[in-house]
Design a protein around this ligand. Structure first.
Ligand SMILES: Cc1cc2nc3c(=O)[nH]c(=O)nc-3n(C[C@H](O)[C@H](O)[C@H](O)COP(=O)(O)O)c2cc1C
Length: 191
């Protein structure tokens, strides 16, 4: 539409077009705010707590490491990786409260640098009932990150059916970590 044509439009149409532009602009902004565009993949920025209904907005990643210096860091989930338990050390390291964690999907602390394939393999192994251990870069509620070796095993009921999972965390070996980090970067670039 030429500017001259726009000028001659009735005032109510002009207002309508203005409102439509504002609406589209805000929708776009909201969409941008809710998702990360990271290395070509879209990662949801919000997670919804299934118990409280609270929507938790993930922070922007901050390139600063917080060292995990040991101690017991445990989480438990149901079959669909909804957190059912998070111990004090885990809450301290991630910066989320018990109310925010319990009921939220475990990807609440997923870091966008983690390659998809690492989690795909993890799920294949733990769903089959096997024990999995691997290096994971996690994002805290302040956007900073920490590296841990996560070990996950399934919990079974009396009929040998998987009811959920339990994860423990160990301090990573820094030499090994350097290799893993390079590997993850290459995997991420190939996504
Ligand atoms: C017991 C258990 C512990 C988990 N711990 C973590 C974790 O510390 N960090 C993480 O990013 N994902 C963890 N996951 C995997 C997440 O559920 C999820 O698959 C992963 O973050 C990838 O998220 P996405 O599927 O949204 O890409 C855990 C899963 C289970 C079952």
């Amino acid at each position: 539409m030429k500017l001259v044509e726009f000028v001659w439009l009735p005032i109510n149409i002009k207002l309508l077009l203005l409102l439509l532009t504002i609406f589209l602009f805000h929708t776009f902004q909201y969409y941008q705010y809710r998702v990360y565009k990271f290395g070509g993949i879209t990662m949801h920025r919000t997670t919804k707590n299934t118990i409280t209904g609270q929507e938790i907005t993930k922070p922007n990643p901050v390139n600063e490491e917080v060292l995990f210096n040991g101690g017991v860091m445990i989480t438990e989930t149901d079959k669909n990786s909804i957190i059912t338990y998070a111990n004090r050390k885990f809450r301290e390291m991630t910066g989320y409260t018990k109310e925010e964690l319990v009921g939220s999907p475990h990807n609440i602390n997923r870091h966008p640098d983690m390659p998809k394939a690492a989690f795909k393999e993890m799920w294949e192994i733990i769903r089959s009932g096997e024990y999995w251990e691997g290096y994971v870069k996690n994002m805290r509620s302040d956007g900073k990150y920490y590296w841990v070796i996560v070990s996950i095993k399934a919990k079974f009921n009396e009929n040998n059916k998987i009811t959920g999972y339990i994860a423990g965390r160990k301090v990573p070996n820094r030499e090994e970590l350097a290799k893993i980090e390079a590997q993850y970067k290459a995997m991420k670039a190939a996504e």
